[in-house]
Each structure stands twice: as structure tokens, then as C-alpha cells.
Write a protein of this length. Structure first.
Length: 97
């Protein structure tokens, strides 16, 4: 996320929030159903992988705009602060936060 103008501190906060939410959900499901965390997490990961693959084959307007913004930032055409302000909501939505 740092490549998208998000600081290391903010990236750490987002990832920790996503991991906390995800793991607590997996642990609760496992406990309720007397199942392993892996048996719950594996189908979720496979579904996510399939969705990411499909999204890359058929990009949305939103993902195209983000791609354009990131490429423009890499080339030095857009300031990091501007790209970062677009990236935070994008990653929050992507992580389900």
C-alpha cells in the first residue's frame, strides 16, 4: 500500500484491522461448528482468488481509475498525497473495513 501513497503506519493499521476482523470471525465459526480454522478459511481464500482473477479479466471503472492514478503517481505526474487520499478508501473497501 505504500506504493499507493499510504504510510507504513496506516498500512499496518489497515492490515491489523482486517486480520483481527477476519481471524475473530474464523475462530468464532470454528468454535460454533466444531471445525478447524483451515476448513473455514480455505473456501474463503479460494473464493477470493477466483473473484480477484475475474476482476482482473473484467476491470471496473473504479479499478481502471485507480490503476491510472497509480501509474500517473509512478511516473511522477500525481503527488503522493493525492494518490494516498484516493487509495485509502479503495483499500478499506477492498478489505471490507
Amino acid at each position: 500500500m505504500e506504493f499507493a501513497g499510504i504510510s507504513l503506519e496506516q498500512t499496518t493499521t489497515l492490515i491489523e484491522a482486517w486480520m483481527r476482523k477476519t481471524m475473530l470471525d474464523f475462530l468464532a465459526q470454528a468454535q460454533r461448528g466444531a471445525r478447524t480454522v483451515r476448513s473455514i478459511a480455505e473456501p474463503v481464500a479460494l473464493k477470493r482468488h477466483k473473484a480477484v482473477s475475474a476482476a482482473s479479466e473484467n476491470p471496473t471503472l473504479r479499478s481502471r481509475v485507480m490503476g491510472l492514478a497509480l501509474e500517473s503517481h509512478r511516473r511522477g505526474w500525481l503527488p503522493e498525497s493525492w494518490v494516498g487520499s484516493l487509495s485509502k478508501p479503495y483499500f478499506r473497501k477492498s478489505l471490507g473495513l
